[in-house]
Design a protein around this ligand. Structure first.
Ligand SMILES: NC(=O)c1ccc[n+]([C@@H]2O[C@H](COP(=O)([O-])OP(=O)(O)OC[C@H]3O[C@@H](n4cnc5c(N)ncnc54)[C@H](OP(=O)(O)O)[C@@H]3O)[C@@H](O)[C@H]2O)c1
Length: 327
């Protein structure tokens, strides 16, 4: 019976979460019984969507919900063998026992890093792919703006737009991320919204307007983009991170969508699962050919999970935020 540790939410934050809202709790996990597996989590995914759930949706005093990649270490289940890699959403914990429901076996590509399956080649990459190509109906050569362009979703969306021959502007809030986007990724223009107000910077960076705005931020970024949208532009609304701590993210110029016939559409990654095969084929080739690059910020040890989540809200991640538990 392995000892395990897990992260509990113990108080609901108002505004930015702090360490006091979380607790590291020691438990003992039972061995696998008949029909069960014992899984050791190797990496946990830290996602902005966890922040709204701290306000409502996440129960107090239980292991927090969250995505992870684990390895089967005991199996009394016919469908799983020791050593199988399994993705799961069973939370911020080191070990757990499962009857197999909610576990997806991962056939990791040996030519790619294991962690790429948790972002570029996983759901964040798929969110970018479907959000841009399916919801945003991107056409080759269009004018594109991506916010949080150095993040897990944004960096993939921005690079797919480049692959499609588009003029791509990305925004970020840090000089090192801006340099990566400009020098390594090769975006056409990069905005540091903490240095130059987003409205002015976007006006300067988009002389031909915007056909597709891939929105990860809402609020001031969406408002600035709505001023620049071309006729029949599209705004796939992926996230509203500017409002996750406050619970609101106001936009004063929504009426701009009328005369410019702009389409705003919110979506979640599971809306276009029929594209998952195409995505895996395209993304694994782009990664292997070096056409898509990624960054990761990996904190070590489950005790650092609250810092990882707070860090995401403070922009302390470059690319995908992960916590390494083992492996
Ligand atoms: N619809 C879906 O299915 C789906 C799936 C996954 C993610 N999402 C959404 O996509 C967005 C990005 O998620 P991700 O996992 O890729 O996270 P991420 O971009 O890797 O990390 C979050 C980043 O947001 C930026 N940020 C934080 N507060 C901000 C603020 N007030 N204004 C502007 N930027 C701020 C920071 O980057 P800077 O330092 O550059 O500011 C931070 O590094 C989030 O809104 C998330 O909720 C949606």
């Amino acid at each position: 019976m392995p000892k395990s540790r897990e992260i509990h939410l113990v108080a609901r934050p108002q505004g930015m979460p702090s360490q006091d809202h979380f607790a590291l709790v020691e438990t003992t996990t039972p061995d696998a019984a008949d029909g069960q597996v014992l899984v050791e989590n190797l990496f946990m995914s830290v996602d902005p969507a966890m922040r709204p759930r701290l306000t409502s949706g996440q129960d107090l005093n239980v292991a927090m919900m969250g995505g992870a990649l684990g390895k089967v270490v005991q199996s009394k289940h016919p469908d799983f063998a020791v050593g199988d890699l399994v993705s799961n959403r069973l939370g911020f914990r080191e070990f757990f026992v499962s009857d197999g429901k909610g576990l997806t076996k991962l056939a990791a590509d040996p030519d790619l890093s294991l962690t790429a399956h948790m972002h570029a080649l996983g759901m964040t990459g798929f969110t970018a792919y479907g959000g841009l190509l399916h919801i945003g109906a991107l056409k080759d050569g269009e004018q594109v703006f991506v916010s949080t362009a150095a993040g897990a979703v944004g960096s993939i969306a921005a690079q797919i737009a480049k692959i499609k021959g588009c003029y791509v502007v990305g925004s970020t809030g840090a000089a090192d991320k801006a340099a990566w986007l400009k020098d390594d990724v090769g975006l056409d223009a990069v905005i540091n919204y903490k240095e130059t107000p987003i409205r002015q910077a976007l006006e300067d960076a988009t002389p031909k307007g915007i056909d597709v705005y891939f929105d990860n931020v809402g609020g001031d970024h969406l408002e600035a983009a709505l001023r620049r949208m071309n006729t029949l532009g599209r705004v796939p609304v992926c996230g509203f991170i500017s409002g996750y701590n406050s619970g609101h993210s106001a936009v004063s110029n929504l009426s701009n969508i009328i005369y410019s016939r702009v389409m705003l559409r919110g979506f979640v990654g599971t809306d276009f699962m029929h594209l998952y095969g195409d995505f895996q084929r395209d993304m694994s080739s782009w990664l292997k050919e070096g056409k898509v690059k990624y960054q990761e910020t990996i904190l070590d040890g489950i005790a650092n999970a609250p810092s990882a989540l707070i860090g995401l809200m403070e922009g302390r991640n470059s690319g995908k935020m992960l916590v390494r538990l083992a492996g």
